[in-house]
Design a protein around this ligand. Structure first.
Ligand SMILES: N[C@@H](CCC(=O)N[C@@H](CS)C(=O)NCC(=O)O)C(=O)O
Length: 236
């Protein structure tokens, strides 16, 4: 039995964090049963980061390790047909999404233009969050951004990174179907995790403006969203 522990929903998206939403979407696409627990406190997680799963009593952290664990253990075929080259692409995309993660997070917590909208959405949808708790989270994130490097960037320079990442995704995602063909594979769940957390947000950042200008990214995002929110099984 799998329990997924990840951050809470926002703007109709099942997790406001790209990594957690990737695992949620992956599990839903495979049809594997799981329970989803939304938490804010990451301290119980392996390495203190979300998401993590507990599978038959074993705690496993890191979205990529979780996905490869469940693929092995439950003999999932979602990625079985991929070539070595496609697997290499998946790794490159996954690492690039790590870069986009920082820019996206920066836009929410650090850019004074968008922080109020993000804060208000969190407070509206999760009334138990306090101003004090949000301030602490914000200061913690400022530290993370500083040490990761992105915190030393002026907003326009930060967005230049994120927009370069999004441009590559816009070139990769086809007009119809999914990255590696007519059915989604795990890389589509990963892309959804991050794009949905931009596209469905009512916060008009440069990242969102870019996504809104790309029909293929929007279509891909909506297709995965419909599949995972309505529990359609697209793979056995
Ligand atoms: N490589 C990890 C990254 C997960 C991650 O960055 N989680 C962040 C989301 S904000 C987190 O839990 N941060 C809290 C912390 O670092 O203390 C994965 O793929 O799951």
């Amino acid at each position: 039995v799998i329990t997924l522990y990840s951050y809470p929903e926002l703007f109709g998206v099942a997790d406001n964090n790209g990594y957690g939403l990737k695992v949620f979407a992956f599990l839903r696409l495979t049809g594997l049963p799981f329970t989803h627990e939304h938490i804010f406190d990451a301290s119980a997680a392996p390495r203190g980061q979300l998401p993590y799963v507990v599978d038959d009593g074993k705690a496993i952290g890191d979205s990529e390790i979780i996905i490869s664990h469940v693929k092995d253990k439950y003999r999932l075929t979602i990625d079985a047909a991929l070539t070595a080259r496609q697997r290499d692409t998946d790794l490159l995309v996954t690492r690039m999404l790590d870069d986009l993660y920082w820019v996206m997070s920066y836009s929410r917590w650090k850019d004074e233009r968008y922080w109020p909208a993000f804060r208000d959405a969190l407070k509206r949808e999760h009334p138990r969050l306090t101003d004090e708790g949000l301030l602490k989270a914000r200061e913690f994130n400022f530290q993370r951004y500083y040490f990761a490097g992105i915190g030393r960037y002026a907003p326009d320079d930060a967005y230049a990174r994120g927009l370069a990442d999004l441009r590559v995704l816009a070139d990769l995602v086809p007009a119809q179907g999914y990255v590696h063909g007519p059915a989604p594979s795990s890389v589509d769940a990963g892309i959804y995790g991050f794009i949905a957390n931009i596209y469905f947000y009512d916060i008009d950042t440069p990242l969102k403006q870019f996504v809104m200008s790309k029909d293929n990214l929007m279509r891909h995002c909506r297709a995965i969203h419909d599949a995972v929110m309505h529990k359609a099984v697209m793979h056995k």
